[in-house]
Design a protein around this ligand. Sequence first.
Ligand SMILES: [Zn+2]
Length: 354
Amino acid sequence: MIKFGQKQIFIPSILKISEGELENTGKYLKDELFNNAAVFFSEGIEGIFGEKLYSSLDSAGINVLHRNIVSDINIENIIYEAFAIPGAVDVLVGIGGGKALDYAKYCAHVLAIPFISIPTSTSNDGFCSPNSSLTVEGKRKTVKANIPYGVIVDIDAIKTSPQNCIYSGIGDLISKITAGWDWKEASRITGETFNDFAYIIANNTVFDLLRYKKCDIRHPDFLFHLANSLLMNGISMEIAGTSRPASGSEHLISHAYDAISKNPSLHGIQVGIAAYICSFLQQNNFETVRDFLQATGFFKFVAENPLNKEEFKQAIDLAPTIKQDFYTILSDKKSLEMAKEFINEDEICRQIIK
Ligand SMILES: [Zn+2]
Protein backbone atom coordinates (compact mmCIF):
# COMPACT_ATOMS: atom_id res chain seq x y z
CA MET A 1 0.00 0.00 0.00
CA ILE A 2 1.33 3.47 -0.83
CA LYS A 3 1.16 5.90 2.04
CA PHE A 4 1.02 9.60 1.21
CA GLY A 5 2.83 11.25 4.08
CA GLN A 6 3.01 14.82 2.81
CA LYS A 7 0.94 17.27 4.75
CA GLN A 8 0.21 20.95 4.97
CA ILE A 9 1.41 22.83 8.02
CA PHE A 10 1.04 26.41 9.19
CA ILE A 11 4.12 28.44 9.88
CA PRO A 12 4.24 32.04 11.15
CA SER A 13 4.16 34.69 8.40
CA ILE A 14 6.15 37.15 10.54
CA LEU A 15 9.33 35.84 12.22
CA LYS A 16 11.61 38.57 13.55
CA ILE A 17 14.39 38.22 16.11
CA SER A 18 16.70 41.18 16.51
CA GLU A 19 17.50 44.20 18.64
CA GLY A 20 14.95 47.03 18.46
CA GLU A 21 12.17 44.96 16.86
CA LEU A 22 9.45 46.27 19.19
CA GLU A 23 9.62 49.61 17.38
CA ASN A 24 8.96 47.87 14.05
CA THR A 25 5.83 46.02 15.21
CA GLY A 26 3.37 48.51 13.68
CA LYS A 27 5.11 48.35 10.31
CA TYR A 28 5.11 44.53 10.30
CA LEU A 29 1.39 44.45 11.07
CA LYS A 30 0.60 47.08 8.45
CA ASP A 31 2.58 45.11 5.85
CA GLU A 32 0.21 42.20 6.55
CA LEU A 33 -2.77 44.55 6.04
CA PHE A 34 -3.97 44.54 9.65
CA ASN A 35 -5.80 47.67 10.85
CA ASN A 36 -7.32 47.13 14.28
CA ALA A 37 -5.58 45.39 17.17
CA ALA A 38 -6.46 44.11 20.63
CA VAL A 39 -3.40 44.16 22.91
CA PHE A 40 -2.79 41.91 25.93
CA PHE A 41 0.00 42.65 28.40
CA SER A 42 1.40 40.46 31.17
CA GLU A 43 1.34 42.22 34.55
CA GLY A 44 3.97 44.95 34.85
CA ILE A 45 4.77 44.90 31.13
CA GLU A 46 2.65 47.80 29.89
CA GLY A 47 4.61 50.21 32.11
CA ILE A 48 7.93 49.04 30.64
CA PHE A 49 7.17 48.39 26.97
CA GLY A 50 3.67 49.89 26.47
CA GLU A 51 4.79 53.28 25.21
CA LYS A 52 7.12 51.80 22.57
CA LEU A 53 4.47 49.38 21.35
CA TYR A 54 1.64 51.93 21.25
CA SER A 55 3.74 54.51 19.42
CA SER A 56 4.88 51.88 16.88
CA LEU A 57 1.27 50.81 16.21
CA ASP A 58 0.10 54.40 16.10
CA SER A 59 2.74 55.57 13.64
CA ALA A 60 1.79 52.71 11.30
CA GLY A 61 -1.90 53.64 11.52
CA ILE A 62 -2.95 50.57 13.53
CA ASN A 63 -5.80 51.32 15.95
CA VAL A 64 -5.88 49.69 19.38
CA LEU A 65 -9.57 48.94 20.00
CA HIS A 66 -9.17 46.77 23.11
CA ARG A 67 -6.52 46.21 25.78
CA ASN A 68 -6.18 44.01 28.82
CA ILE A 69 -3.63 43.26 31.55
CA VAL A 70 -3.57 39.49 31.97
CA SER A 71 -3.36 38.35 35.57
CA ASP A 72 -5.04 34.95 35.41
CA ILE A 73 -5.18 32.35 32.66
CA ASN A 74 -8.49 30.73 33.47
CA ILE A 75 -9.93 29.30 30.25
CA GLU A 76 -13.47 30.45 31.07
CA ASN A 77 -12.39 34.07 31.48
CA ILE A 78 -10.65 33.96 28.11
CA ILE A 79 -13.74 32.69 26.33
CA TYR A 80 -15.83 35.34 28.10
CA GLU A 81 -13.42 38.10 27.10
CA ALA A 82 -13.11 36.84 23.51
CA PHE A 83 -16.74 37.76 22.88
CA ALA A 84 -16.31 41.23 24.42
CA ILE A 85 -13.65 42.13 21.84
CA PRO A 86 -15.02 44.53 19.17
CA GLY A 87 -15.83 42.82 15.88
CA ALA A 88 -13.57 45.22 13.93
CA VAL A 89 -10.46 43.81 15.62
CA ASP A 90 -8.50 41.86 13.01
CA VAL A 91 -5.39 40.92 15.01
CA LEU A 92 -4.57 40.06 18.64
CA VAL A 93 -1.20 41.04 20.08
CA GLY A 94 0.20 39.43 23.25
CA ILE A 95 3.26 40.92 24.93
CA GLY A 96 5.03 39.69 28.05
CA GLY A 97 6.30 36.51 29.66
CA GLY A 98 4.15 33.41 29.48
CA LYS A 99 0.71 34.52 30.66
CA ALA A 100 -0.27 37.22 28.17
CA LEU A 101 0.95 35.03 25.30
CA ASP A 102 -0.94 31.92 26.42
CA TYR A 103 -4.04 34.02 27.06
CA ALA A 104 -4.04 35.97 23.80
CA LYS A 105 -3.07 32.89 21.76
CA TYR A 106 -6.11 31.01 23.03
CA CYS A 107 -8.36 34.06 22.68
CA ALA A 108 -7.27 34.37 19.03
CA HIS A 109 -7.95 30.65 18.56
CA VAL A 110 -11.50 31.08 19.91
CA LEU A 111 -12.14 34.03 17.59
CA ALA A 112 -10.27 32.43 14.67
CA ILE A 113 -8.20 35.56 14.05
CA PRO A 114 -4.40 35.94 13.81
CA PHE A 115 -2.23 36.21 16.92
CA ILE A 116 1.08 38.07 17.20
CA SER A 117 3.42 36.85 19.93
CA ILE A 118 5.90 39.33 21.44
CA PRO A 119 7.82 37.59 24.24
CA THR A 120 9.72 39.81 26.69
CA SER A 121 11.50 36.76 28.09
CA THR A 122 12.27 33.40 26.51
CA SER A 123 11.75 31.12 29.49
CA ASN A 124 10.26 28.26 27.43
CA ASP A 125 9.18 27.36 23.88
CA GLY A 126 5.55 28.47 24.42
CA PHE A 127 5.91 31.81 22.63
CA CYS A 128 5.90 30.04 19.26
CA SER A 129 4.07 26.79 20.01
CA PRO A 130 0.62 25.72 18.79
CA ASN A 131 -0.54 25.23 22.43
CA SER A 132 -1.57 27.38 25.38
CA SER A 133 -0.84 26.55 29.00
CA LEU A 134 -4.07 27.53 30.82
CA THR A 135 -6.01 26.86 34.01
CA VAL A 136 -8.85 24.44 33.39
CA GLU A 137 -11.07 23.63 36.40
CA GLY A 138 -8.34 24.81 38.74
CA LYS A 139 -5.53 22.80 37.13
CA ARG A 140 -2.79 23.86 34.74
CA LYS A 141 -3.38 22.18 31.37
CA THR A 142 -1.88 22.35 27.91
CA VAL A 143 -4.68 23.24 25.51
CA LYS A 144 -4.62 23.07 21.71
CA ALA A 145 -4.56 26.49 20.00
CA ASN A 146 -2.95 27.71 16.76
CA ILE A 147 0.67 28.53 16.06
CA PRO A 148 1.13 32.35 16.12
CA TYR A 149 0.66 34.26 12.87
CA GLY A 150 3.68 36.31 13.86
CA VAL A 151 6.51 36.14 16.38
CA ILE A 152 8.47 39.31 17.14
CA VAL A 153 11.39 38.91 19.54
CA ASP A 154 13.11 42.13 20.54
CA ILE A 155 16.53 41.12 21.90
CA ASP A 156 16.72 44.48 23.72
CA ALA A 157 13.70 43.38 25.78
CA ILE A 158 15.02 39.85 26.33
CA LYS A 159 18.35 41.29 27.57
CA THR A 160 16.56 42.89 30.50
CA SER A 161 14.62 39.73 31.49
CA PRO A 162 15.39 38.15 34.90
CA GLN A 163 18.19 35.59 35.10
CA ASN A 164 15.82 32.76 36.10
CA CYS A 165 13.88 33.26 32.84
CA ILE A 166 17.03 32.87 30.75
CA TYR A 167 18.07 29.74 32.68
CA SER A 168 14.54 28.39 32.30
CA GLY A 169 14.82 28.85 28.52
CA ILE A 170 18.18 27.03 28.55
CA GLY A 171 16.63 24.14 30.51
CA ASP A 172 13.61 23.87 28.19
CA LEU A 173 15.90 23.87 25.18
CA ILE A 174 18.36 21.20 26.40
CA SER A 175 15.36 18.94 27.12
CA LYS A 176 14.89 18.39 23.37
CA ILE A 177 17.85 15.99 23.51
CA THR A 178 16.03 13.62 25.88
CA ALA A 179 12.59 14.28 24.37
CA GLY A 180 13.85 13.30 20.92
CA TRP A 181 15.37 10.08 22.26
CA ASP A 182 12.08 9.13 23.96
CA TRP A 183 10.13 9.82 20.79
CA LYS A 184 12.46 7.72 18.65
CA GLU A 185 12.29 4.86 21.13
CA ALA A 186 8.49 5.14 21.36
CA SER A 187 8.31 4.83 17.61
CA ARG A 188 10.60 1.76 17.64
CA ILE A 189 8.90 0.02 20.56
CA THR A 190 5.23 0.98 20.26
CA GLY A 191 5.00 1.99 16.60
CA GLU A 192 4.08 5.57 17.46
CA THR A 193 4.12 7.95 14.48
CA PHE A 194 7.49 9.60 14.03
CA ASN A 195 8.27 12.65 11.92
CA ASP A 196 11.86 12.86 10.68
CA PHE A 197 11.66 16.53 9.73
CA ALA A 198 10.30 17.67 13.11
CA TYR A 199 12.93 15.55 14.87
CA ILE A 200 15.78 16.99 12.80
CA ILE A 201 14.64 20.56 13.44
CA ALA A 202 14.34 20.06 17.21
CA ASN A 203 17.70 18.30 17.34
CA ASN A 204 19.48 20.94 15.26
CA THR A 205 18.21 23.76 17.45
CA VAL A 206 19.87 22.35 20.56
CA PHE A 207 23.17 21.60 18.89
CA ASP A 208 23.15 25.09 17.40
CA LEU A 209 23.08 26.62 20.88
CA LEU A 210 25.58 24.14 22.33
CA ARG A 211 28.28 25.79 20.25
CA TYR A 212 27.82 28.87 22.42
CA LYS A 213 28.61 27.14 25.70
CA LYS A 214 31.37 29.53 26.68
CA CYS A 215 29.26 32.55 25.85
CA ASP A 216 27.89 34.96 28.40
CA ILE A 217 24.16 34.18 28.76
CA ARG A 218 23.34 37.89 28.50
CA HIS A 219 25.34 38.35 25.31
CA PRO A 220 23.00 39.34 22.43
CA ASP A 221 24.41 36.50 20.25
CA PHE A 222 23.61 33.89 22.90
CA LEU A 223 20.13 35.31 23.46
CA PHE A 224 19.51 35.43 19.71
CA HIS A 225 20.39 31.74 19.34
CA LEU A 226 18.38 30.78 22.42
CA ALA A 227 15.28 32.61 21.13
CA ASN A 228 15.80 31.28 17.62
CA SER A 229 16.15 27.69 18.88
CA LEU A 230 13.08 27.85 21.15
CA LEU A 231 11.10 29.36 18.30
CA MET A 232 12.06 26.52 15.96
CA ASN A 233 11.06 24.01 18.64
CA GLY A 234 7.60 25.55 18.66
CA ILE A 235 7.44 25.07 14.90
CA SER A 236 8.69 21.47 15.19
CA MET A 237 5.60 20.69 17.33
CA GLU A 238 3.37 22.14 14.63
CA ILE A 239 5.10 20.00 12.00
CA ALA A 240 4.87 16.85 14.12
CA GLY A 241 1.25 17.53 15.11
CA THR A 242 2.25 16.56 18.66
CA SER A 243 4.44 17.96 21.43
CA ARG A 244 6.71 14.88 21.09
CA PRO A 245 9.78 16.62 19.58
CA ALA A 246 9.83 19.07 22.50
CA SER A 247 8.53 17.02 25.41
CA GLY A 248 9.46 13.58 26.77
CA SER A 249 10.37 11.91 30.06
CA GLU A 250 11.93 15.09 31.46
CA HIS A 251 8.65 17.00 30.91
CA LEU A 252 6.70 14.22 32.66
CA ILE A 253 8.92 14.64 35.75
CA SER A 254 8.43 18.41 35.66
CA HIS A 255 4.62 18.11 35.31
CA ALA A 256 4.60 15.63 38.21
CA TYR A 257 6.75 17.98 40.31
CA ASP A 258 4.30 20.82 39.57
CA ALA A 259 1.49 18.64 40.89
CA ILE A 260 3.37 17.57 44.04
CA SER A 261 5.58 20.45 45.08
CA LYS A 262 4.58 23.14 47.54
CA ASN A 263 7.04 25.45 45.86
CA PRO A 264 7.52 24.60 42.17
CA SER A 265 10.24 26.34 40.15
CA LEU A 266 9.97 27.72 36.62
CA HIS A 267 9.04 25.12 33.99
CA GLY A 268 12.36 25.19 32.16
CA ILE A 269 14.41 25.02 35.37
CA GLN A 270 12.65 21.79 36.39
CA VAL A 271 12.78 20.41 32.87
CA GLY A 272 16.52 21.17 32.57
CA ILE A 273 17.29 19.31 35.81
CA ALA A 274 15.12 16.38 34.73
CA ALA A 275 16.79 16.34 31.30
CA TYR A 276 20.19 15.99 33.00
CA ILE A 277 18.90 12.96 34.93
CA CYS A 278 17.07 11.42 31.94
CA SER A 279 20.10 11.82 29.67
CA PHE A 280 21.96 9.68 32.22
CA LEU A 281 19.19 7.05 32.19
CA GLN A 282 19.09 7.04 28.41
CA GLN A 283 22.91 7.00 28.11
CA ASN A 284 22.27 9.75 25.60
CA ASN A 285 24.64 12.74 25.31
CA PHE A 286 25.00 12.80 29.09
CA GLU A 287 28.37 14.59 29.10
CA THR A 288 27.14 17.08 26.51
CA VAL A 289 24.08 17.98 28.59
CA ARG A 290 26.12 18.15 31.80
CA ASP A 291 28.90 20.28 30.33
CA PHE A 292 26.48 22.74 28.72
CA LEU A 293 24.46 23.22 31.91
CA GLN A 294 27.73 23.58 33.81
CA ALA A 295 29.30 26.07 31.38
CA THR A 296 26.24 28.33 31.22
CA GLY A 297 26.04 28.51 35.01
CA PHE A 298 22.68 26.70 35.08
CA PHE A 299 23.67 24.29 37.89
CA LYS A 300 25.28 27.07 39.94
CA PHE A 301 22.11 29.14 39.61
CA VAL A 302 19.81 26.26 40.57
CA ALA A 303 22.04 25.35 43.54
CA GLU A 304 21.11 28.72 45.05
CA ASN A 305 17.45 27.64 45.04
CA PRO A 306 17.54 23.84 44.98
CA LEU A 307 14.50 21.65 44.34
CA ASN A 308 13.12 19.52 47.17
CA LYS A 309 14.57 16.02 47.18
CA GLU A 310 11.58 14.20 48.70
CA GLU A 311 9.16 15.90 46.34
CA PHE A 312 11.43 15.24 43.37
CA LYS A 313 11.64 11.53 44.16
CA GLN A 314 7.86 11.38 44.40
CA ALA A 315 7.65 13.19 41.06
CA ILE A 316 9.84 10.51 39.46
CA ASP A 317 7.44 7.79 40.64
CA LEU A 318 4.40 9.76 39.49
CA ALA A 319 5.88 10.80 36.11
CA PRO A 320 5.00 7.67 34.06
CA THR A 321 1.32 8.07 35.01
CA ILE A 322 1.06 11.68 33.80
CA LYS A 323 0.25 10.83 30.17
CA GLN A 324 -1.55 7.73 28.91
CA ASP A 325 0.05 5.64 26.14
CA PHE A 326 3.20 7.74 26.18
CA TYR A 327 6.33 5.61 26.08
CA THR A 328 9.49 7.14 27.57
CA ILE A 329 12.59 5.86 29.34
CA LEU A 330 10.52 6.08 32.56
CA SER A 331 8.12 3.42 31.27
CA ASP A 332 10.83 0.96 32.31
CA LYS A 333 10.41 0.45 36.08
CA LYS A 334 14.17 -0.04 36.55
CA SER A 335 14.72 3.53 35.35
CA LEU A 336 12.72 4.94 38.24
CA GLU A 337 15.00 3.25 40.78
CA MET A 338 18.10 4.24 38.83
CA ALA A 339 16.93 7.87 38.73
CA LYS A 340 16.38 8.01 42.50
CA GLU A 341 19.76 6.41 43.12
CA PHE A 342 21.39 8.93 40.78
CA ILE A 343 19.83 11.82 42.71
CA ASN A 344 21.30 10.45 45.93
CA GLU A 345 24.77 9.81 44.59
CA ASP A 346 25.56 12.24 41.79
CA GLU A 347 27.63 15.18 43.01
CA ILE A 348 25.76 17.76 40.89
CA CYS A 349 22.32 16.41 41.87
CA ARG A 350 23.28 16.74 45.52
CA GLN A 351 23.78 20.46 44.97
CA ILE A 352 20.59 21.13 43.00
CA ILE A 353 18.09 18.73 44.63
CA LYS A 354 18.29 18.85 48.42
ZN1 LIG B 1 8.78 22.76 27.86
